[in-house]
Design a binder for this molecule. Structure first.
Ligand code: NI
Length: 187
């Protein structure tokens, strides 16, 4: 098990579409274990594979420390968002890749997501509440979208210097990060 460094705004790997996983193998199992460990060490409730530098269609969720009824650790492989209800609600979001930013974002309250689990079995999950929110946030990561991309107007202007500081590696975090500036020298 290992705690991995988290890639931050506006890393290339976090802006590119991720690849589908063809077949789970022992490397994938190790990556998932490391992702859970990394997420928990950083007090996160969701983490996408590209946040640890792996451009794969995969994210993990753990709501066991929250009030949500879903307390099992969940692994979503090759997820597809099938249906997002018409009713949208505002909810505050944050992201381990965008430290120091928390903003209210409007998204569908209820979703249906199809995905494969660790046995590569296909599942469909109907979710609402915090689970629906986390799934949509992580799903966005897999297609290169940050929650801050939804901000408009004054809110967008106000976070601009914060995002610039993150890009320049001037933001302090309690967990290990890979600032964009240093990514060029990594393999
Ligand atoms: Ni995030």
């Amino acid at each position: 098990m290992a705690i991995l460094p988290i890639y931050t705004y506006d890393a290339r790997v976090l802006r590119e579409e991720t690849r589908a996983i063809q077949k789970p193998d022992s490397r994938l199992v190790k990556l998932v274990v490391d992702m859970f460990e990394t997420m928990r060490a950083a007090n996160g409730i969701g983490l996408a594979a590209n946040q640890v530098g792996q451009g794969l269609s995969l994210f993990v969720v753990d709501l066991s420390e929250t009030d949500e009824k879903e307390t099992r650790p969940l692994v979503f492989i090759n997820p597809v968002l099938l249906d997002a209800g018409k009713n949208e609600i505002p909810l505050e979001e944050g992201c381990l890749s965008v430290p120091g930013v928390r903003e209210e974002i409007l998204r569908p309250e209820r979703i249906v997501v199809r995905y494969r689990d660790m046995d590569f079995n296909e599942n469909e999950l109907v979710a609402d509440g915090l689970l629906a929110r986390v799934v949509q946030h992580e799903y966005d990561h897999l297609r290169g979208v940050f929650f801050t991309d939804y901000l408009r107007g004054l809110k967008k202007r106000l976070i601009f210097p914060v995002l610039r500081n993150i890009k320049e590696g001037q933001t302090k975090t309690e967990y290990r990060i890979v600032p964009v500036k240093k990514q060029a020298v990594l393999p």
